[in-house]
Design a protein around this ligand. Structure first.
Ligand code: AMP
Length: 447
């Protein structure tokens, strides 16, 4: 199948030709006809499989072939969880709109609010946005969505993890009319909360799932090394970096403190290294990503701020210096390599503190990993035994009830902590819980 087999406008086909793209990927082959037919869609496929064009092309085609519902309102809104992802989607969109009359703008947290209000006043046809900031502009009536034709959620599960459910509902509510089409994409849609919100936002959607989010990525070689302690991890890391000729490398750590410490160590060891974490100002984040994508740095040390969607074609090795807390994040992290059919390597360093997270990854992937070793660097750690079953006598009913209440409370606390972790430890993009008090138009809020 070729892109010419879809009924796409010549200008779009021309742009694809300039991009060197002629054959649709599997997700494009399946999702584009459904989206072109105007149906709602929930789609998932592995990272790097061409999801962006799977929604941008039908969105462009709809703009070209249908009359606008309103002269002033945006016709398509694309929502993404992080500013980096939004920037990436926006740059692909700009290529597509370049030889058409359509205007696109990007509305992200951390950037100047007044400038964004002015850009919205110029009535763009496409708005690519992070949800928190777009909801703020909606509240200020800087845009209206009565004429919205297409609402697209990319990495929907991550937006929910970041606590954006309310903003997604607000945006949906502002564009609540019968002729709106909704598309929802993610690498991992098998997420309980996604089904719940999808039931509210989508109308009898078609489903496309190209392999489950947890299916093995054939282009990525995965290796696991067991480690005794931090020094052992660092020794393994040094050897891997010394032995392997890699184009570019992303190293994921658990916290931003680890990111900074490790980046400094690698820079001291002579590697061109940058570190990226969520609390940096947006222009610093942009500059770091720009330098890394242009190959000015060989190594990027980061938290999960860079785990999703970023399309860095020269990354050939991903290292989990620490295992991610949520198993699906592992799929997203290693998906920074092996993109668009290229081969990639993923290495995970698993110490005692990583063990539980590592076993969750194995369960999620339904896979039992073999462990790799490097000569002279074999450690003693071989994994933790599962905790023995509690053989205590059955509790009386009152004690059972008390235990159940305590468990409920602790689960609620764990959820709150998880939200807080997203808001403080890793990337929050413009997570709502961090938003500053409402700023006046002349202020330039960071989020
Ligand atoms: P995405 O999953 O949308 O982030 O896309 C990953 C990479 O694949 C990007 O560099 C795209 O430009 C590229 N890509 C998307 N569709 C195709 C295609 N049909 N053929 C070749 N490369 C593609």
């Amino acid at each position: 199948m070729q892109f010419t087999d879809f009924s796409l406008d010549q200008r779009l086909l021309q742009t694809l030709k300039h991009m060197g793209i002629d054959t649709p990927t599997e997700i494009q082959e399946q999702a584009i006809p459904i989206a072109l037919a105007g149906k709602d869609l929930m789609a998932s496929s592995k990272t790097g499989s061409g999801k962006t064009l799977a929604f941008l092309l039908p969105a462009m085609q709809r703009m070209i072939s249908c009359k606008a519902l309103s002269k002033r309102d945006p016709r398509a809104v694309i929502l993404l969880p992080t500013r980096e992802l939004a920037t990436q989607v926006y740059s692909q969109l700009r290529l597509l709109v370049a030889n058409t009359q359509f205007k696109a703008t990007k509305i992200l947290g951390g950037e100047n609010f007044n400038d964004q209000a002015k850009a919205l006043a110029r009535d763009p046809h496409f708005v690519v946005a992070t949800p928190g900031r777009l909801a703020d502009h909606l509240k200020q009536h800087h845009l209206h969505l009565n004429g919205l034709e297409l609402l697209i959620f990319d990495e929907a599960d991550r937006m929910l993890d970041l606590g954006f459910a309310e903003q997604l509902k607000q945006i949906n509510g502002a564009a609540d009319h019968k002729r709106r089409q909704t598309l929802m994409f993610s690498a991992t849609l098998d997420h309980g909360d996604v089904d719940e919100i999808a039931a509210e936002l989508l109308k009898t959607p078609e489903h496309v799932a190209i392999g489950a989010g947890n299916l093995e990525h054939k282009d990525i070689t995965q290796r696991i090394f067991l480690c005794d302690h931090l020094d052992h991890k660092e020794a393994l890391l040094s050897r891997i970096l010394k032995d392997e000729q890699q184009k570019q490398i992303i190293i994921f750590t658990a916290t931003r403190q680890d990111t900074d410490r490790l980046a400094k160590k690698l820079a001291d060891d002579g590697f061109k290294t940058a570190s990226l974490s969520g609390e940096l100002k947006q222009n610093a984040r942009n500059q770091i990503m720009d330098e890394f994508s242009r190959g000015l740095q060989q190594i990027l040390v980061t938290t999960d701020v860079a785990s999703r969607g970023l399309d860095l074609l020269n990354v050939s090795l991903v290292i989990n210096f620490d295992m991610p807390k949520f198993a699906e994040e592992y799929v997203h992290r290693i998906g920074r390599t092996g993109r668009a059919g290229a081969k990639g390597d993923a290495v995970s360093l698993v110490g005692p503190k990583d063990w539980v997270n590592f076993t969750q990854v194995q369960t999620f992937l339904n896979k039992q990993f073999a462990f790799s070793e490097l000569e002279g660097l074999k450690g003693k750690f071989t994994g933790l035994k599962p905790k023995a079953k509690n053989n205590k006598k059955a509790k009386p009913a009152a004690a059972k009830k008390k235990a159940a209440t305590a468990k409920k409370k602790s689960a609620a606390k764990a959820t709150a902590n998880r939200d807080r972790r997203f808001a403080t430890g890793v990337d929050v993009g413009d997570a709502p819980m961090l938003r500053k008090p409402k700023a006046k138009l002349q202020d330039t809020p960071e989020d």
